[in-house]
Design a protein. Structure first.
Length: 143
């Protein structure tokens, strides 16, 4: 029996639009990460980027369940000594909800050069408008 191995040059990529209105952040991120990785295709190969492009709109309406808005923090380091910063998710979702969704998806991709290549196919927007109409994206219903 032969095993199919995809080649990076022959991968066909589609464009999808996902409306994040009313969807919990973690569920949205896990579904989008699987599409970016290409796990929804029969030609999935772990060592090749076979994923599609994903546009996420309405990130300002994404949900955090439980008490995550009060108790959860987005942590990052500036690179300087003592440079660990914390931003509560209540402030992050109010001001930069697109960053919160982007980082959630990025955390669910592989931590190597392949993951860095995959995250470039993700486009995130706070409002309902995006500037990728020329690619003719399909609407993707996650739930």
């Amino acid at each position: 029996m032969k095993t199919y191995m995809a080649k990076a040059q022959t991968v066909e990529r589609k464009w999808y639009v996902v409306d994040a209105d009313g969807i919990p952040l973690g569920r949205l991120a896990s579904k989008v990460a699987a599409i970016l990785r290409g796990k929804n295709k029969p030609t999935f190969t772990p060592n090749v980027d076979t994923g599609d492009f994903v546009i996420i709109v309405n990130t300002d309406k994404v949900l955090l369940t439980g008490k995550k808005l009060e108790n959860k923090y987005y942590r990052y380091h500036t690179g300087y000594i003592g440079g660990l910063k914390e931003v509560p998710y209540s402030k992050l979702m109010a001001e930069h909800s697109d960053v919160a969704v982007y980082e959630a998806v990025r955390g669910m991709l592989p931590k190597n050069s392949l993951g860095r290549q995959m995250i470039k196919k993700l486009k995130v927007y706070k409002g309902a408008e995006h500037n990728h109409a020329a690619q003719k994206p399909e609407t993707l219903k996650l739930f």
